[in-house]
Every structure is written in C-alpha cells, then in structure tokens.
Design a protein around this ligand. Structure first.
Ligand SMILES: [Zn+2]
Length: 328
C-alpha cells in the first residue's frame, strides 16, 4: 500500500485536534451560563441556612438569609432559578401550596424585587405541602385522585404567576395537568407565561437526597403509579407530544445522566426546547466521588457537555455555581 496515502488517512482525524484554537473552534457543543438553571430551596422560619448530609453545599434558606445565595448567583452571572418551597404546615390537600402568603409566593416576590435580573421558574406540585407526601390528593382508599388534583395544581400555578413567577414547571405527573394549567393561566390573562413540563419523569431512586432536603417523601406507597417506568422508552415521544398538545412550551427529562438515550430520542422527534434535570442523586454521587479524590472535578463539566450532546438546551443542576466558577 502507498505509505503516504496511509499516513494521510490516519491524520485526517487528528488534523482538527492538533491545535488548541482550532479544536475549540470546531467543537459542536459548548456550555454557556444561559444554559444553567439553579434550584433554590426556601423554608419558613428565621436565620436558617441548613444543608443535608446527602447534598452538601446545597442549602435551605429562610427568606431573611436568601440574599446570601442570590448575591452569589448574581456575582457569577447565574440568573435562572427554580424555586422549591418547604412549608411549616402540611395538610391533606396541600393548601400551603396555593396560599398567597405561602413560602414560595413570598420567595418569588422577594427574588424578583431583589434583582430584576432573576428569571424565576417555580416548581408546581403538592408533595412538599401534603401531609401524606404524594403529588396529588388521595381518594379514601389512598390512591392519588387525578382529576380533582388538576384544579389544585392550576390554582398553585396561578398563585405563583400572580406573585411574579416568569415560568411554571409542573412536576406532579398527573394526566391532563398541562392543559388544565394552560387554561387556568390563560383565563387569568397570563397567556404569555410559559409552562415547562416535567413530561418525561421516571420513577427513580436518584431522587432520594432531594426528598430529604425538600421533606417530600411519600408517607406510604410510592409514586410508581404516576411516574414513568425506567424499563421502558418506547412511549416517551407520545408522552412528550401529549404534553406539547396540551400547551407545554419546554419538555423536561428527569433524571439526566442515565437517561441520555431518552433525551437523544426526543431531540430527533420533537420541536420544543429540551431541559434535563441533573437530579439530587446524581449530584450526591459526583460530589462524593470528587471529595474522595477518586475522580477529578472536571467530571462535572464533561457530564454537562454529555447533556448538551444528547440534545439538552437547558440544564437544571446543583453544580451551577461550581461550573460558572471553573469553566465559564
Ligand atoms: Zn411532587
């Protein structure tokens, strides 16, 4: 075989990698500060900044200390936040979730007045607010009652938007919730408010640490009747399209790291921006790996690029501050 020809063939893969500038110029995927959404946990009470063992460096703030987090985010240029509330009182219908003076409603008003730079997305669900810890209200036999739950979820979404939320993100997984919410928002004149649907939310053990920090574990039973079964992937396009038909503007895949096949498939099939939630269990695993010294922290950046490569437009991650500090 002609030696020079062999050499040319070999180097055609290397030519674009030999030079640092060129390597950067031809990269298909980059991470930007605008790709990142930072979850924030707000809790009733005073002088609270507390974390949990499984999620070090992620804190629950009372409103009087929330400025500490907001200042840090502003300094780093991180303006997109996803708010979760932890109420003082819970009841069977999660009434704290739609209270005008509920913890999230107060937090939205606080964040928006703190700096207009913040784009506030709110988690819409009942599980942090119900005494049974399920994402909907229960029938007498203890099953989640889908249809009556829709009215409550819509009520929560409207109350968030009235407090100043820029986008709502229903995470409950009830059938028909996006349509019900869209109708309620439109009826109140909030036709411009987008809905980010937790459309593809798998029933997952990766949510464990979140339940501790948000105090949202189901007291009995599990969420397997309304979250998706991780053995399956064939129905994800239909499920996402159903959400879009009802009015979803963005589609979320959750968890992220083990679900890149799902993300990739959706990326080729639907025309809405895709969002991944790099969830608490993923955070805990990576965090502990880095702390123990077994892996380098650049593993976080590589993970984010993996999400981008698979089709994520936006990434919800507890690592946003580290990423902004180190790589952006
Ligand atoms: Zn929930």
């Amino acid at each position: 075989m002609d030696q020079s020809y062999t050499c040319d063939v070999t180097h055609r893969f290397r030519r674009l990698r030999e030079n640092d500038n060129l390597r950067n110029m031809v990269r298909e995927n980059h991470l930007s500060i605008n790709d990142l959404i930072t979850p924030i946990f707000v809790v009733e009470g005073q002088n609270i900044k507390s974390s949990t063992e499984a999620m070090p460096e992620v804190y629950r703030y009372s409103l009087d200390r929330l400025h500490e987090e907001l200042d840090e985010l502003l300094q780093l240029g991180l303006h997109q936040v996803l708010l979760f509330g932890i109420p003082e009182q819970k009841d069977s219908v999660g009434s704290g979730a739609y209270d005008e003076n509920g913890i999230v409603q107060k937090a939205i008003r606080y964040v928006k007045s703190y700096s207009p730079k913040f784009y506030v997305i709110t988690d819409v669900c009942l599980c942090q607010y119900t005494d049974h810890g399920h994402c909907g209200i229960l029938t007498d036999s203890g099953c989640v009652d889908n249809d009556p739950t829709l009215a409550l979820l819509s009520k929560i979404a409207v109350s968030h938007v009235k407090s100043g939320a820029d986008m709502v993100a229903p995470s409950d997984m009830m059938d028909g919730r996006i349509g019900a919410m869209r109708q309620s928002l439109d009826r109140e004149g909030f036709t411009y408010i987008p809905i980010m649907s937790y459309a593809i939310k798998y029933h997952s053990s990766y949510y464990g640490p979140f339940r501790a920090i948000a105090d949202s574990s189901p007291k009995q039973g599990s969420r397997s009747s309304y979250q998706m079964d991780f053995h399956n992937s064939k129905d994800v396009i239909d499920v996402a399209k159903a959400s879009i038909d009802q009015g979803a503007d963005l589609i979320m895949v959750k968890p992220a790291m083990m679900y890149l096949d799902i993300l990739h498939e959706l990326n080729g099939s639907i025309n809405k921006p895709l969002v991944v939630y790099n969830v608490s269990g993923e955070y805990a695993l990576l965090y502990q790996g880095i702390k123990s010294g077994f892996v380098n922290e650049s593993i976080v950046y590589e993970t984010m690029i993996g999400f981008k490569r698979a089709g994520a437009k936006l990434i919800i991650t507890y690592f946003s501050k580290l990423i902004a500090e180190k790589w952006l």
